[in-house]
Design a protein around this ligand. Structure first.
Ligand code: MN
Length: 392
């Protein structure tokens, strides 16, 4: 039906609004013929109802390079006009961790928890790489965001950048699907789109949500015991989009920092002169970027930001979630059997109440790896050697 057709102008329902502050000066950078349209509702329905024929999990749903480019173009337009670096949203909400191209796990979560717009979702990034259905995951999520912007919030993960996508599978997946020329232009389209994804969200004025974690920059001016709204505005002013991931700084930390597993000072007494900051609260992550943060560092940042808990992705535990640092940090992974080797469960954090109880904010919905499909699921993974970056 024509009424279901979404042109690139009406998908977000905001076609009548004036063009946003930044878009008028920034080229969207994705070349789509001006009269191209896509039936987003049909695309979403097709992806959500996809069943592998004869249980063959190596089969992909049909997607064309042009469909992908139109979705990228529409997503950039929406993200640049209607979202900010730090999104403020409310519960009830389902918070989803790393998906890494595990389209079938994403579909299982939608089956169990409900689909947008009936259920609301916040995704913490790392949509692509490592699993072999990165394209389906990112196209479905961007399309759902465009159709139901009030029910779907997508944050950027550390995987959503050029270098990781070139090394860990997404670029190869696109070139394998569409050939070198079209695959490369679709790849560039997605990279441009990733540069506009928000980096953090504040849920219910209490939860700080991002892919990595907190930053020592939050301990500096101008973040000083402001209200969550004020601090969200400060973040928006400090980080300009489009944005490419740097090796250091606030944005890098939001995407890449990690909680300390075993604080360096365990079993030692540490005394700090009055007024001095404990430097061990932030330890650099070896040769890679950003920091490990201690429970003291996290508590201090949450106090400054007037928030209660950090909810982040990047979890590698067997349960699909970890509760860390004096219960002030929750880490999630929402894809089962990470790298085809870890046999881990996948979890989504469900915040049911509209008034968040910070001592018991929600419940974990846990999916186990699909045993019956285990043989077929082997197709979903690259070999360990490829993952480690030792590619041909
Ligand atoms: Mn990840």
């Amino acid at each position: 039906m024509d009424s279901d057709k979404c042109s690139e102008n009406d998908a977000s329902g905001k076609s009548e609004e004036p063009m946003p502050r930044k878009s008028s000066t920034v080229s969207l950078g994705v070349d789509v013929p001006p009269d191209c349209t896509i039936d987003l509702a049909e695309l979403v329905k097709r992806l959500l109802s996809f069943q592998p024929p004869n249980d063959d999990y190596s089969v992909h749903p049909e997607l064309t390079a042009q469909d992908c480019l139109i979705v990228c173009h529409m997503a950039i337009k929406y993200l640049s006009s209607s979202t900010s670096v730090c999104v403020q949203t409310d519960s009830p909400i389902n918070i989803v961790g790393d998906l890494h191209g595990q389209f079938h796990d994403l579909l299982r979560f939608f089956d169990q928890l409900g689909q947008p717009p009936q259920a609301k979702f916040l995704f913490l990034g790392d949509y692509v790489n490592k699993g072999k259905f990165s394209l389906e995951v990112i196209v479905l999520l961007l399309s759902l965001m465009l159709m139901y912007p009030d029910s779907v919030v997508l944050l950027r993960g550390s995987s959503e950048c050029a270098s990781k996508c070139s090394h860990y599978g997404f670029k190869d997946e696109l070139i394998g699907r569409f050939g070198a020329n079209s695959g490369t232009s679709v790849f560039v389209g997605f990279l441009r789109c990733f540069q506009w994804l928000p980096l953090a969200a504040i849920v219910g004025g209490k939860l700080l949500c991002c892919h990595g974690g907190v930053s020592p920059s939050f301990e500096l001016e101008p973040f000083a015991s402001g209200q969550p709204e004020t601090n969200a505005d400060l973040l928006n002013n400090k980080i300009e989009r489009p944005f490419e991931l740097q090796q250091f700084g606030l944005a890098c930390d939001l995407l890449c920092s990690d909680p300390m597993k075993s604080p360096a000072r365990d079993n030692f007494e540490v005394s700090v002169p009055e007024g001095e900051r404990l430097k061990l609260n932030w330890v650099t992550r070896g040769r890679s970027c950003s920091y490990h943060f201690s429970k003291e560092a996290l508590s201090e940042v949450l106090r400054i930001l007037n928030l209660s808990l950090l909810i982040r992705g990047k979890c590698h535990g067997p349960d699909g979630f970890n509760v860390l640092l004096d219960r002030r940090c929750v880490a999630l992974i929402s894809s089962t059997d990470y790298l085809g080797q870890k046999k881990n469960n996948a979890s989504v954090l469900q915040i049911d109440s509209s008034n968040i109880n910070t001592r018991k904010p929600g419940a974990f919905f846990v999916l186990c790896p699909v045993k019956a499909a285990a043989k077929h699921l082997q197709h979903l993974w690259q070999s360990a050697g490829e993952i480690a970056g030792e590619k041909k």
